[in-house]
Ligand binder design. Structure first.
Ligand code: AMP
Length: 278
């Protein structure tokens, strides 16, 4: 496995890679959720490239950029074990040199849900992902359903800007108790960690209500809220039932819906989602 730290070397390496090239962008501190994307990329491509880059522009001023967890050695060992061919590990000074002045934005899809609470987040994500796509030029790029809005926004950006690649969205990988895997789960203290599966429990409750014929979004949201509020350590940031494509809030669920949420445990903000009707 080759580790590449600067942009010209990555561009040069790309010239002679076997096609198709699968790409898995990450912020590191890898877990089985990330590795499921690498495995899928390995199965579908002749070359697999992962990136590790904690992108400063997608963090808000009061977010966890400085203390975002890192463990490069362990990450590289995990990527190597899954047969990753190259890891791109750029530096801030090369990604955002002095005078950096260009931003990619997706307007409407980034307004609700995460965008409503984190107003500059998606601009950072779409900008860095565009830069990474331009440097790596993947055939296929792999993202997790865990970050449902991010996956939709990147798909939209790739379509609207005629990016010549396929965006592949992979299922959410969970701990045995249902908590969605996340690099941020390490921030949880033991009591918070014990309480955190309530997110997925409430999502399962939504699935069950819908399967039993409940179509009224407010009824489902009401029951989910009651369940989460029984867990005093969790504070709901938002819970939403929205259209799976436009993210517009739904009152009545027809065929499918995205049920998504953010819940805070202390300073740690967890997100999770399921799609109903699929
Ligand atoms: P991150 O390092 O958090 O930026 O995540 C990198 C990629 O891994 C994103 O496409 C995430 O959606 C995806 N990912 C993170 N957690 C999970 C998970 N539990 N299951 C599946 N994919 C995930």
């Amino acid at each position: 496995m080759i580790v590449i730290e600067n942009i010209p070397d990555m561009v040069y390496l790309r010239l002679n890679l076997k096609e198709p090239v699968g790409f898995v962008p990450t912020m590191g501190y890898l877990h089985e959720g990330h590795m499921s994307l690498v495995k899928k990329a390995r199965a579908e491509n002749r070359t697999v490239i992962a990136s590790i880059y904690v992108n400063p522009t997608q963090f808000g001023p009061n977010e966890d950029l400085a203390k975002y967890p890192r463990n490069l050695e362990r990450d590289l060992a995990m990527l190597d074990k899954e047969g990753t061919d190259a890891v791109f590990f750029p530096e801030d000074k090369d990604m955002y040199p002095a005078g950096y002045d260009t931003w990619v934005t997706v307007d409407n899809l980034t307004k609700p849900l995460e965008g409503n609470v984190r107003p500059t987040h998606f601009r950072g994500v779409t900008t860095v992902v565009t830069k990474l796509f331009n440097i790596v030029r993947p055939t296929n790029a792999y993202f997790g359903q865990k970050d449902a809005q991010q996956a939709l926004v990147i798909k939209k950006m790739a379509a609207d800007l005629n990016m010549n690649l396929k965006v592949v969205v992979c299922p959410t990988i969970r701990e045995p108790d249902g908590l969605a895997m996340s690099s941020r789960n390490v921030y949880l203290n033991p009591e918070q960690r014990k309480a955190a599966p309530v997110l997925y429990k409430s999502l399962q409750m939504a699935q069950e209500l819908f399967a039993n014929g409940e179509k009224n979004a407010d009824v489902i949201l009401g029951q989910m809220t009651t369940l989460i509020q029984k867990e005093p350590l969790g504070k709901i940031d938002y819970i939403s039932i929205s259209d799976t494509e436009t993210l517009a809030e739904l009152k009545i669920i027809k065929k499918t819906a995205l049920v998504s949420m953010a819940v805070k445990f202390g300073n740690t903000r967890l997100i999770d989602n399921v799609i109903l009707g699929m």
